[in-house]
Design a binder for this molecule. Sequence first.
Ligand code: CP3
Length: 351
Amino acid sequence: MHDPNANQPLKRFLTPFSGKAVQPPPVWLMRQAGRYLPEYRKIRSEAGTFLDLCYSPKLAAEVTLQPIRRYGFDAAILFSDILVVPDALGQNVRFAEGEGPRLEPIKSVDDLRRLTLSNTHYKFAKVCETVALLARELPRETALIGFCGAPWTVATYMAEGRGSTDQAAARSWAYRDRQGFSQLIDLLTEASIVYLSNQVEAGANALQIFDSWAGSLADDEFERWVIAPTARIVTEIRRRHPKVPIIGFPRGAAASLQKYIDGTNVDGVSCDTACPLSVMQAIAKTGKVVQGNLDPLLLVAGGDALDARAGAICEAMAGLPFVFNLGHGIVPETPPENVARLVQRVREKGN
Ligand SMILES: Cc1c2[nH]c(c1CCC(=O)O)Cc1[nH]c(c(CCC(=O)O)c1C)Cc1[nH]c(c(CCC(=O)O)c1C)Cc1[nH]c(c(C)c1CCC(=O)O)C2
């Protein structure tokens, strides 16, 4: 007999990607696994270094599942990091306790010789073991999101050797030596295609490309280093895996968002906190999925202000293809009970 629901995806997170709104909207939060959770801190303290945790499939799967058990999010995001790619390529990467990432900087084409795509196999395979474990262990209704950093954002950490406020090392290299910097971007683009394809083959249902520093570029540079490599990744992944939705997160680039969507052909975008709701509505009305933009610091503050803004976002996006999320990652100071309150609010208000 004909089943009218036969084509309905079982995972609510995936429904907006077929152009349909879901009420209440699916919800997950960037950095939903992390230091704000005591059960994460426990495993983190037993795992060795942060990268050891990323390459330990059982532990990485466990910390991915922790926020799903607590809050029943509609999607889980693979526990890993965008800096796994430079690490796997052969750059020296470490996470200094309380200070963030430290890398041996790559400053010129000469330094690029230290990196090769053939190095990546073993470490990418470890991450994909985590994906495969999760595909087995997650509830059937929970989607699994794989991810990578966009080439531009990853290159900023590789060139600077650490996080920075202005991405000066990468921006300067790109002006000084376009050819050489292109080689770095091309290498990252190729590595990201392999890495994301492997994640889909291991069981990821959707992908997100994090371009956290997209907002620091002049518009011609934005086209060259953000749009062009992302477009190539999207084209290649879609050729291999046409059904897997790809979300882009060009943080800080609200003014160029439509250009980003047109140029990359992503299925959806994640919007940061500064992106106006009117811009999010306009994009969602074109049928692209929009995700975001609640301020992570409002999730720290909690209370009525949190309820009011979460409600306003849900109202503005009602009837449109929308996924509830933050404008950036959860910060470690976040009280876990505020996350529970938010999820409850979205599920009531969005109904
Ligand atoms: C720029 C960036 C990085 N990593 C990531 C980005 C893009 C998103 C963004 O803009 O935040 C992405 C990321 N990092 C992590 C995830 C896992 C999945 C999830 O979101 O739950 C994801 C998707 C875990 C992590 N990645 C990191 C932690 C904390 C480290 C720890 O537990 O010791 C976690 C849980 C470390 C990390 N990793 C990175 C930095 C700058 C830091 C240090 C800052 C910090 O400590 O919060 C690079």
